[in-house]
Design a binder for this molecule. Sequence first.
Ligand code: PLP
Length: 224
Amino acid sequence: MTISENILNLLHDLKTFNFTLVAVSKNHAAESILEAYKSGQRNFGENKVQEMSDKQINLPSDIKWHMIGHLQRNKVKYIAPYVYLIHSVDSFKLLKEINKEAQKNNRTINCLLQVHIAMEDTKFGLDWNELETMLQSEDLDTLENICIKGLMAMASNTDDMEIVRKEFKQVKTHFDQYKNRFNHLHNVDLCELSMGMSGDYKIALEEGSTIIRIGSSIFGARKY
Ligand SMILES: *Cc1c(COP(=O)(O)O)cnc(C)c1O
């Protein structure tokens, strides 16, 4: 199957859901992205700043670039001019830095707060207390050039799909509560839930995801 066929099949299988497909192109060449682009795909996800920027300058300018990997503060400046959505905000310091660089570029950068729900402690993200503290912080009000659009989460790396479903459900429940509590803030507009990868996107959509991040099911296995 070609990259285009993979995308079209995926979209066909999921046509009853409303969502954005982010094609995760990390470790895949620009030619593969172009092939996906030709089938109409416009949202692409990368997890490294350097790799994303190298691709961005060489590829069509209407591509929407999603940063899905851990982001270091000193690298925000490289993606601030063009990034479409940062999924991986995991500290207030990082959010402040994004705001600063967005301001320099005279734009607003949309962000998702990454929440840690998986059993493994290797994955980045905020716990629920840290997340609430951020949303309640008075300093948040001073950030004029960011908008918090929602949450991102990765489920546990397990074959037990009931655990995965439970974790996604938990995120959705918190998300709905936070919408009620925080969407009145000028820079909070919770409307996106980024959950679901190649192994669990169907479950994620059933549990309310609005953005799925798919790599290997589209591009094949990554070679490192
Ligand atoms: C690599 C990656 C994905 C895509 O994973 P696949 O299993 O290949 O679909 C999704 N989200 C994040 C944060 C990733 O790093």
